[in-house]
Design a binder for this molecule. Structure first.
Ligand SMILES: [Zn+2]
Length: 391
């Protein structure tokens, strides 16, 4: 009999011990969860306590984390506490692993819509994100601009609507049907603004390269083109308009209007207008007289708005990138019209470097029409303008 008991003993052991072990492990599990909840709440309380000088504006539980936002004067502070571990963390840890690249590609795309390339390129990636605000419809990313050249004054931030990134996020959000997003760059009438103008084109690849630099820097310009060159630069002309820039007449053959017969000036302008219209289907409304030289008689006779300049870079004379940049930066002020020529390699190089510097100094760079609009100035035919300053 004894031996039978012995044989049964392992069976009894299993019958009794296994449910006990299950019970214990389950209790242990429950204990851990209770402990977790306490840890999470403890962390949340700790954060609230350490921010008592600030106003708690958000304390919201999401499925995976708790989000806290505090406000004090100009400054906001944000915290994210993991709902499982109670550890302080960041929203960036709740992006689906397999969608991380997509998420940051989307952010980079939005950055390039909003900012000039030199800024957007610098901020691309996750290292430069210093803070993230969670709002009803959007994430707001705040950036560290330390090391950016040239340095800009403004605070750098990006609004990312949830609709743009919801598939990449690993937490649940209730989405508002309203959908707004960073919709690119807008000129601001309260910002300092100047018009950049390029004479003597179209100039093939040089003009196209300038157009690319303008586009990268959220800038526009006005190109005053010579009538007898236009037919050889049709693609460039269309590219200028495609990039949101504008074109004016720079006479038919670049002769000094003071030394040309009025009837030849008039017929030259007519020819230029015809050629331009045949290429673009549009009319020319501006004229820049060659050498800025004009008579009262020409002004009265030509039905056009005359645009000269108040800052001359003398790029044709110096052919020196640094001198061109210096000529602009030493005198530039709100409402200026700047003269350059897209005929020189050194001018193209200067534009590439100058546009970020102007942006960093708070200037937006636009076409003559945009400058007039932003300044609320109505330009009139038979008048000559050198700058467009608010009076
Ligand atoms: Zn010229």
């Amino acid at each position: 009999m004894k031996e039978v008991y012995f044989k049964l003993l392992p069976m009894v052991f299993f019958i009794l011990i296994i449910p006990f072990l299950v019970y214990v492990s389950d209790t242990k599990h429950k204990l851990v969860s209770v402990f977790d909840e306490n840890t999470v709440q403890k962390k949340v309380n700790e954060i609230i306590n350490s921010n008592q000088d600030k106003e708690l504006v958000t304390n919201e539980s999401y499925d995976k984390f708790i989000y806290l936002a505090f406000h004090k004067e100009e400054e906001d502070t944000y915290y994210v506490v993991d709902a499982k571990t109670g550890e302080e963390t960041t929203i960036l840890n709740y992006i689906k692993e397999e969608k991380r690249e997509d998420f940051f590609n989307k952010v980079s795309e939005l950055l390039h819509l909003k900012y000039p390339k030199f800024i957007a390129d610098f901020l691309t990636g996750e290292e430069k994100i210093i803070d993230i605000e969670l709002k009803d419809n959007e994430l707001i990313l705040y950036y560290n601009k330390e090391g950016l050249t040239p340095m800009v004054e403004e605070e750098i931030l990006l609004h990312v609507n949830y609709n743009e990134v919801k598939d990449y996020l690993d937490f649940t959000l209730s989405l508002d049907s309203e959908y707004e997003n960073e919709n690119g760059y807008h000129y601001d009438k309260n910002k300092k603004t100047i018009a950049l103008t390029f004479d003597d084109g179209p100039n093939g690849e040089k003009t196209n390269r300038i157009l690319n630099f303008l586009e990268e820097n959220k800038a526009h310009a006005t190109f005053f083109m010579v009538g007898n060159r236009m037919e050889y630069g049709k693609e460039v002309i269309l590219n200028v308009l495609n990039k949101g820039c504008e074109i004016g007449s720079h006479s038919y053959n670049h002769k000094n209007m003071k030394r040309t017969k009025l009837k030849d000036i008039i017929s030259g302008e007519e020819k230029t207008h015809e050629i331009y219209k045949s290429i673009t289907g549009k009319d020319l409304i501006y004229t820049r007289p060659p050498y800025g030289s004009i008579t009262k008689q020409v002004k009265e006779s030509l039905n056009t708005i005359f645009i000269n300049w108040n800052i001359d870079t003398e790029d044709w004379l110096h052919r020196d990138k640094d001198k061109i940049i210096e000529a602009v930066m030493k005198d530039v002020s709100d409402g200026d019209i700047i003269l350059m020529h897209d005929s020189y390699e050194t001018t193209v190089e200067a534009v590439e470097e100058l546009l970020p510097i102007l942006y960093a100094n708070g200037y937006q760079v636009v076409s003559v029409s945009e400058l007039a609009n932003l300044k609320g100035i109505t330009l009139e035919n038979h008048s000559l303008y050198r700058a467009l300053k608010k009076v």
